[in-house]
Design a protein around this ligand. Structure first.
Ligand SMILES: NC(=O)c1ccc[n+]([C@@H]2O[C@H](COP(=O)([O-])OP(=O)(O)OC[C@H]3O[C@@H](n4cnc5c(N)ncnc54)[C@H](O)[C@@H]3O)[C@@H](O)[C@H]2O)c1
Length: 381
């Protein structure tokens, strides 16, 4: 397939690109390094500052000549449209968003930047698909955070509502608790709107927080790791806990730690994206999958990390700190995730071995850890 990967430099975009290159797809990778700029503007940095795609792409070209890269801002209509029309993709994977909840809640400028970047990039994509490639399959990274924490079971994208004797299937209600997550709800609405009117085809992957380093053995052998953020603004919780354990800093459990979410390994993110590509919906259909493999409370996650890392003699401490976010700490949570398994997902579960392997990666880069960017510096209040 001819696949356009938007946000190819990111934590998930890069390993997906490597995997699709190995599968010999023709790829156009796009990124404008927005994440790198925003991290550095906010004095944050990933564990290792990876080389930019321009220099890493040589390695990919050795395995697949049909891989190219363009430094384009997807929120710039003309530049994005030119690249899209020239490439004529069969599928687009859309990662190109600013995905930080804390960043989006910092202030008016950061909030607007998140909304503007995410909605405009999604709009440009859908508009170009509708106008130039209506058969092209949009694979959009959504988030489980769009649903929030409702007091009923979370269905996979849709809810059948019976009201006064009549039935209608609606998008499952979305009620996020950050501006970033709200921007993702707006993306969903945009895609659903265009799809209803113009019979496009799209898959929305409602993903939980991802953890892990290497998505495949090739990446490990060639040191093609993704950007591994562990700071308070851009790191995901389990990746943060692993770095905190290695840095001998107590794990920062926010509030009571009873917040439950669905998590998945980075290997499973790639599996799910590939399954979505292999199973495009019919025209006019929006497929929605809840993309996570296991549910844990934050406290359970911290305890799992502490218990696994005891095996390699790390004495992990856990400390409940005042929650910097505004979120429910005690809530019902039961989300369905059967769709991807039906398509063939083989979950990579969070075992002690997985936790230890992540810690070993971090230990080998211990000298790069900056303790100053670990504790949350801003609150949502
Ligand atoms: N990582 C997770 O745990 C997680 C969980 C749920 C959903 N998601 C979703 O998955 C997607 C990717 O997440 P990630 O963790 O890889 O994020 P990331 O920030 O590491 O990657 C996003 C990439 O998109 C690029 N980008 C942003 N705006 C752009 C623009 N206007 N033009 C071109 N490039 C742009 C950034 O430079 C970055 O390289 C996001 O949409 C996010 O909402 C991620």
């Amino acid at each position: 397939m001819k696949i356009l990967v938007l946000g190819a430099d990111g934590y998930l975009g890069w390993p997906t690109s490597v995997d699709l290159a190995l599968d010999k797809h023709e790829l156009l990778l796009i990124d404008n390094y927005a994440k790198r700029s925003i991290m550095s503007e906010n004095n944050r940095a990933p564990l290792i500052l990876n080389k930019k795609i321009e220099s890493k792409i040589k390695i990919l070209k050795k395995i697949n000549k049909k891989v190219s890269f363009k430094n384009i801002d997807c929120s710039n209509f003309n530049k994005f449209s030119d690249a899209f029309k020239k490439f004529k993709p069969d599928a687009v994977i859309h990662f190109a968003e600013l995905p930080s909840a804390p960043y989006s809640m910092l202030g008016a400028k950061e909030g607007w930047k998140t909304l503007q970047n995410n909605i405009q990039s999604t709009y440009n994509l859908v508009w170009n698909v509708k106008t130039h490639r209506p058969n092209c399959h949009i694979v959009k990274l959504g988030t489980m955070g769009e649903y929030g924490t409702p007091n009923i079971n979370i269905e996979e994208g849709w809810l059948n509502v019976k009201h006064q004797g009549r039935n209608q299937k609606f998008l499952y209600p979305r009620q996020a608790s950050s501006l970033y997550h709200t921007s993702k709800i707006m993306d969903t609405d945009l895609i659903w709107f265009y799809l209803r009117l113009y019979s496009l085809r799209a898959t929305d992957l409602m993903q939980g927080p991802v953890y892990g380093v290497y998505a495949n053995d090739f990446s490990k052998e060639n040191k093609l790791e993704p950007t591994f953020a562990y700071d308070d603004m851009f790191g995901t919780v389990l990746n943060r806990f692993i770095v905190q354990s290695v840095a001998n800093v107590p794990l920062t459990v926010y509030g009571s730690g009873n917040q439950i979410r669905g998590y998945l390994n980075i290997r499973d993110t790639i599996q799910c994206i590939k399954l979505a590509l292999k199973n495009p919906p019919k025209k006019g259909v929006l497929n929605i999958f809840n993309q996570f493999t296991e549910q844990f409370s934050v406290k359970e996650l911290a305890n799992k990390v502490a218990s696994a890392l005891k095996k390699i003699e790390l004495n992990v401490k856990i400390k409940a700190i005042k929650n910097p976010r505004i979120e429910k700490e005690k809530h019902y949570y039961n989300a369905k995730n059967t769709g991807m398994k039906k398509l063939g997902l083989k979950p990579t579960l969070l075992t002690d071995k997985v936790i230890i392997e992540m810690a070993q990666y971090v230990i080998s880069n211990k000298k790069h850890i900056n303790n100053k960017i670990i504790s949350p510096k801003s609150t949502w209040k």
